[in-house]
Design a binder for this molecule. Structure first.
Ligand SMILES: Cc1cc2nc3c(=O)[nH]c(=O)nc-3n(C[C@H](O)[C@H](O)[C@H](O)COP(=O)(O)OP(=O)(O)OC[C@H]3O[C@@H](n4cnc5c(N)ncnc54)[C@H](O)[C@@H]3O)c2cc1C
Length: 395
């Protein structure tokens, strides 16, 4: 096998593929990253970074840079809009469990940009943007991918980090089993200072209203509002400026229109592949699991995949058997299923609840948890994804 054939091929230049490539470079493992787009995508995606993800990024000097670009949020809330009653969770209770006892609100594009800047300085990494992978095959010796245009590239191992519509997942014969929820969510950003109008508002808020639900997440210079169109409204109609305006006016009525910077619609799923590894092909991030953004765990979980996977690839690169890849699957898949998908599903179900009596019951339970330091710490260890990482290490 030539030196070129020993490269790890990473497909996908989202946060998970970029992180994987950088971690490989740290270990002096040559890799080539293929990204279909000509540049990094800039669409509105993740904004929540959980404490253990920042701890992992700290080891690579990325956390302080990211923190400078985002907003540190020491608390988060579930609240009733009309009465302002709330349960507030204080992440400082995790001060002995993490060096970052808070959520960071920061656009995922900032992390991608930081990762790309680092990657450009790594001699082991070849970056191929505008390179769409159409097909892949594997044999005893290695893997081979085919790019749009016909070029073929060989390598030793293939990481599919090519997102929810993954080509590599299809090549590996895997399907994202699960459900797609009925609702579509609209995400809009505005600079309106909600904090001056809603008493006791935190920087991260999941809110029940008489008619439905919304969430408000605060970035350094704007709020991200997740809104739900009326059942009778089409998605195109929901995205019209006048209809976005109507939704925002329901949060805080004001005489002048809201300034909306960006908006997008997205569907919400709970899906996971059966096998993370098929021979020399491994899947990571959204290519392997997708979940409701409620609780902000998808990208975080994908980054945790990358750290685990590269530790395993390093051992294989240094002579361990290929089957060690099963350890990655064994450690990460159950955690994605039980800690990420299930929790995100629970978060979504809680906020979709419409029955006022059940909401009150849930709020009261959450308030009791928040008021009890031991229960609250246990709850936060789980919702902040620390438990998941600890559990994976034991599997
Ligand atoms: C509105 C919204 C809010 C969210 N909020 C959060 C949050 O707060 N916290 C959180 O943790 N997660 C959140 N998520 C989820 C998060 O955005 C995803 O989990 C994350 O982007 C997954 O990263 P990835 O690298 O696996 O995939 P992606 O980011 O989808 O990247 C995949 C990349 O692969 C490329 N690609 C695809 N096919 C090919 C091919 N054939 N050849 C080459 N390249 C290819 C794509 O162009 C893309 O750049 C949110 C998602 C949405 C939609």
């Amino acid at each position: 096998m030539t030196e070129t054939d020993r490269r790890v091929l990473v497909v996908g230049g989202g946060p998970v593929g970029l992180m994987t490539a950088l971690l490989l470079a740290d270990r002096k493992i040559p890799c080539t990253l293929f990204e279909a787009e000509a540049d990094l995508p800039t669409d509105l995606r993740a904004s929540t970074f959980h404490p253990p993800t920042l701890d992992l990024l700290d080891r690579h000097g990325l956390a302080p840079k990211l923190i400078r670009l985002g907003r540190v949020c020491p608390t988060w809330q579930v609240r009733l809009h009309e009465t302002h009653e709330r349960a507030e969770f204080d992440l400082s209770l995790l001060r002995d469990d993490t060096a970052h006892p808070y959520r960071l609100q920061c656009e995922q594009g900032h992390l991608s940009r930081l990762l790309l800047d680092e990657l450009k300085m790594q001699p082991e990494v070849e970056l191929r943007f505008g390179a769409s992978v159409l097909a892949a095959a594997q044999d005893e010796e290695g893997v081979e991918i085919e790019l749009d245009g016909g070029e073929r590239v060989r390598g030793a191992l293939l990481v599919g980090a090519d997102g929810a519509r993954s080509t590599i997942r299809r090549v590996a014969g895997q399907e994202l089993d699960g459900v797609t929820y009925p609702e579509t969510t609209i995400l809009a950003t505005t600079d309106f200072p909600f904090e001056d109008h809603l008493p006791g508002l935190s920087n991260v808020n999941y809110v029940w209203t008489r008619h439905g639900t919304f969430s408000l997440l605060r970035l350094p210079d704007r709020w991200r509002c997740s809104l739900y169109p009326a059942a009778t409204q089409s998605i195109d109609a929901a995205l019209l400026p006048e209809n976005l305006e109507a939704r925002l006016q329901e949060i805080v009525p004001r005489p002048v229109p809201y300034k909306v910077f960006e908006s997008r619609a997205y569907r919400v799923h709970m899906r996971i592949v059966r096998h993370y590894r098929v021979g020399r092909i491994v899947l990571a991030g959204d290519a392997a699991h997708i979940n409701s953004p409620s609780g902000g765990m998808g990208m975080n979980g994908g980054l945790h995949d990358a750290f685990n996977l590269v530790a395993t690839l390093d051992e294989i690169w240094n002579g361990a058997p290929l089957d060690l890849l099963d350890r990655y699957a064994r450690q990460r898949r159950p955690v994605a299923e039980a800690e990420i998908l299930t929790q995100a599903d629970r978060n979504r179900a809680r906020m979709q609840e419409r029955d006022p009596a059940k909401r009150r019951e849930m709020l009261s339970e959450l308030q009791q948890i928040a008021a009890d330091p031991d229960r609250c710490r246990a709850y936060l260890l789980r919702s902040s994804m620390i438990d998941g990482l600890r559990r994976a290490a034991l599997l």
